[in-house]
Design a protein around this ligand. Structure first.
Ligand SMILES: NC(=O)c1ccc[n+]([C@@H]2O[C@H](COP(=O)([O-])OP(=O)(O)OC[C@H]3O[C@@H](n4cnc5c(N)ncnc54)[C@H](O)[C@@H]3O)[C@@H](O)[C@H]2O)c1
Length: 263
């Protein structure tokens, strides 16, 4: 199966980025969110991102205009036409289970369902579906139009055919797929999030200012962006959810920093 129509659920930071790169690659895109307000907000972010690419001569105006013709809706039924649906809604296990079941109830029986979860077990999410063989992790990075990596995570029951189709789609989206085993936070976040969490503790303990912590990691570890600036880019809610998954799945080897005034 070739993916021609992509459904995206969640029009936030990641969802509108995924919708954007798919539309730029020539796919038909249906973007669904639960609130009316989230959809224009997502399209505005997408428009601004496309304009920046045009201004930098990285995209032509015709492709920009074509990309902006994505369909947006609050009605899950609109996903019935999708060959593949990427779930990119809020990082919460119960919510994702509800959304994935809702997606499965409207898509064709051969359509693939992927989750962009940052940390939740793909096997556990897949186990809640009638057909887990068509479910997979497709983990994009923020900002989606700029970062090349997509982690492809097979759950225990994901079929080889599903993984192959998703890998091919990733290449078509001009991204670099890397297959990783299902494990909390997969690879990048397992390394990145504990580092950011440690920066929160350093800030709360008054070891250095936020600016100094970021500058130290740029100058001393050669990171392009400091951990606290990166935390703001990712979103503190997303980071806390990921750290809570680590706390639950790895025991107390990582303790989430919840309040900067209470180290
Ligand atoms: N922010 C990052 O840097 C980043 C990177 C990689 C992966 N992720 C993952 O991507 C997912 C989305 O993160 P985000 O940063 O885009 O979050 P976000 O808060 O920007 O967007 C989430 C969107 O989901 C929508 N939503 C909530 N419930 C819904 C429902 N029932 N149906 C449809 N839409 C619903 C919200 O209205 C919102 O627009 C999370 O699983 C997150 O862990 C985030």
């Amino acid at each position: 199966m070739t993916i021609e129509t992509l459904g995206v659920v969640g029009a936030g930071t990641m969802g509108n980025g995924i919708a954007q790169i798919a539309a730029v690659s020539g796919l038909k895109v249906v973007l669904v969110d639960v609130t009316d307000a989230a959809l224009p907000k997502g399209v505005t972010a997408m428009t601004a991102s496309l304009e920046r690419l045009v201004a930098k001569d990285k995209l032509d105006a015709t492709t920009r205009d074509a990309a902006l013709r994505i369909e947006t809706s609050t009605d899950y039924q609109r996903l019935a036409v999708a060959d593949l649906v990427v779930e990119a809604a809020t990082e919460n296990l119960d919510l994702k289970i509800r959304i994935l079941k809702q997606i499965e109830s409207v898509v064709r029986p051969d359509a693939i369902i992927a989750s962009n979860t940052s940390s939740i077990s793909i096997t556990a999410l897949g186990a809640t579906l009638a057909d887990p063989s068509r479910f997979i992790g497709m983990h994009f990075f923020n900002p989606v139009p700029l970062l090349p990596l997509v982690e492809i995570i097979r759950g225990l029951q994901t079929s080889a055919a599903t993984a192959k189709i998703v890998r091919e789609l990733t290449v078509r989206l001009d991204k670099s797929p890397i297959g990783v085993k299902n494990s909390p936070g997969f690879v990048v976040n397992r390394i990145l999030v504990p580092m950011i969490n440690e920066a929160f503790f350093l800030l709360a303990e008054g070891v250095a200012t936020a600016e100094e912590i970021d500058e130290e990691m740029r100058l001393g570890a050669y990171h392009p962006i400091g951990p606290l600036a990166l935390a703001n880019l990712i979103g503190l809610d997303v980071l806390l959810s990921v750290t809570d998954v680590f706390l639950r799945d790895f025991g107390d080897s990582i303790k989430p920093h919840r309040n900067a005034s209470e180290p």
